[in-house]
Design a protein around this ligand. Structure first.
Ligand code: C2O
Length: 547
């Protein structure tokens, strides 16, 4: 194992897309940002220097941060922001994870332009549980606005309405030929006939789950959220924001003159046609050296499912199963100490007096967990917890059930008003937790990719309609459930997860649609120190930013 040093200079950088040039916040002037490459077991020291006028934090999405909660990154949860001209070094070690994750800014909507891959290789001397690919290629999906994304969310919050949708989806920062002025800005992957490529797929989009497909090719899924899974083949991948997955692509024998398009477009919120809401990239075969054929260029297009393909998506997500691995550090809790039932959904809050709200019936759009719309404090929760200064910052009475018994029958319940508060759950060290997430679909059918910081959880069950503990608990998969950090709560359905609270600290949980997070679909768990020295969170690093 070794220590790897990176320096992230936060700088403004001009980027041109869709014929518009704008100055974005970037890392080292790169968009998308630089790759972090490490092996399982390595220590990372990432020195972040803020040269821009915005406050910044960086989150290492999916990294477990075992006893290194000070390096997790969500603003006002584990740290105060890094202010202009300040520096903070994120110090953490990768323990028992291999595959693909990503890093992104974790303050307001800055992650729209500040993101990049985390590539975790197996330990030296350890191989993949599948044949070594010829090449590995990160494919990171994003969303692009012609205007400053901060202005988009600020305007939405000030008017109480919804934000403007993005102007393009992107693959590795490129919108592709279906968008205005973008044929030069197209991601191209050149492959050698007969070779196997590992695509490291990352959904860094702000507000949309995506379908992804490559014309005339199936892929084999081998890993999800930096955990190996039982391999399975698919024509179409559905990936939610916050999810990452490695897939193997077998290049076919030589195809004279053919071009294969790869494409991604939103599941559930998109327009559902092969049009300018679709980002396209190109898969091209290298020509043999003695190639002379003038064969007409053939272009193959992939077929993407319709936007409401909920059954297909449920089947696809249900196929993920953990690969039994001797190095697996965790195993699914067979018995649980605490059971929580959280409704996750959209709703509204009263309109503040000074504005005219554009939400339903003149209210302000809000989103909540158990009808609590989580308010971020102006200081960091983790510091308040460790210094025992929670008074006036947060309370530990987060409701373990929704305020009214939930029963979704297709007719939205009429009480959609939420309360705004900073309420957390406190868990003793090593509590084993079962959490059922139920979508309420109060304001139209919406999905929620729920992301938990600091843990991988096991997805033990999922279904449509109301969760029914009596029946559904009997069908939980306690044998080989997939281990993830982000799971889509299906529109009008539920998922059940289990995790062991073995990581002391304060851990954010939120919808990875940034608009829903901004509206309050977020909460946090406190995990107390255990009795042994190895079960305690070490004191904060001396350069931890102050608010
Ligand atoms: Cu990828 Cu809290 O985030």
């Amino acid at each position: 194992c070794m220590t790897r040093n990176y320096t992230f200079n936060i700088v403004q950088h001009n980027v041109t897309r869709l014929c518009h040039t704008k100055s974005i916040v970037s890392i080292n002037g790169r968009f998308p940002g630089p790759r972090i490459v490490a092996r399982d077991g390595d220590q990372l020291l990432v020195k972040v220097v803020n040269h821009v006028s915005n406050n910044v934090t960086i989150h290492w999405h999916g990294i477990r941060q075992l006893r290194s909660g000070w390096a997790d990154g969500p603003a006002y949860v584990t740290q105060c922001p890094i202010q202009t001209n300040q520096t903070y070094t994120y110090n953490f070690t990768i323990i028992g994870q291999r595959g693909t994750l990503f890093w992104h800014a974790h303050i307001s909507w800055m992650r729209a332009t500040v993101y990049g891959p985390i590539i975790i290789l197996p330990k030296r001397n350890e191989s993949y549980p599948f044949r070594k690919p010829y090449k590995e290629v990160p494919i990171i999906f994003g969303e692009w606005w012609n205007v400053d994304p901060e202005a988009v969310i600020n305007q939405a919050l000030q008017t109480g309405g919804g934000p403007n949708v993005s102007d393009a989806y992107t693959i590795n920062g490129f919108p592709g030929p279906l968008y205005n002025c973008s044929s030069k800005d197209t991601f191209k992957l050149k492959v050698k006939p007969g070779k196997t490529y590992m695509l490291r797929l990352i959904n860094a989009a702000m507000n949309d789950e995506l379908f992804f497909s490559i014309a005339n090719h199936t892929v084999t899924i081998v890993e999800a959220d930096a955990v190996y899974v039982k391999p399975f083949q698919t024509d179409v991948v559905m990936i939610t924001p916050g999810q990452t997955t490695n897939v193997l692509l077998n290049a076919k024998p030589y195809y004279p003159g053919a071009t294969f398009l790869m494409a991604a477009r939103p599941y559930f919120t998109g327009q559902g046609t092969f049009d300018n809401s679709t980002v396209v990239g190109i898969l091209e075969y290298e020509q043999p050296l003695n190639h002379t054929s003038n064969a007409k260029k053939m272009v193959f297009k992939p077929t993407l499912p319709p936007i409401n393909a909920t059954t297909l998506v449920a089947n696809f997500t249900g196929k993920f199963r953990s690969l039994k691995n001797p190095n697996l550090t965790a195993s699914v809790p067979q018995i649980v100490d605490r059971i929580f039932y959280f409704t996750t959904g959209l709703g509204s809050s009263p309109c503040p007096k000074n504005i005219t709200c554009q939400g339903p019936n003149g209210t302000k759009f809000a989103a909540s967990v158990n009808n609590v719309s989580f308010a971020l404090p102006t200081t960091a929760l983790l510091q308040a917890h460790v210094t025992k200064k929670s008074n006036g910052v947060y309370t530990t009475d987060f409701p373990i059930n929704p305020p009214n018994p939930f029963n979704y029958t297709g007719t939205p319940p009429n009480n959609t008003l939420v309360s705004i508060a900073t309420r957390l759950v406190e868990l003793p060290f090593n509590t084993s937790v079962e959490l059922v997430l139920q979508d309420t679909s109060i304001l139209g059918a919406e999905n929620h990719p729920l992301h938990l910081h600091g843990f991988n959880f096991f997805v033990v069950g999922q279904g449509f309609g109301n969760y029914n503990a009596k029946q559904d608990r009997n069908n939980f998969n306690l044998v080989d459930p997939v281990e993830r950090n982000t799971i889509g709560v299906p529109a009008g359905g539920w998922v059940a997860i289990r995790f062991l609270a073995d990581n002391p600290g304060v851990w954010f949980m939120h919808c990875h649609f940034d608009v829903h997070t901004s509206w309050g679909l977020r909460m946090a768990w406190i995990v107390m120190d255990g009795p042994l020295p190895s079960q305690k969170l070490p004191p904060p690093p001396s350069d931890l930013p102050k608010c």
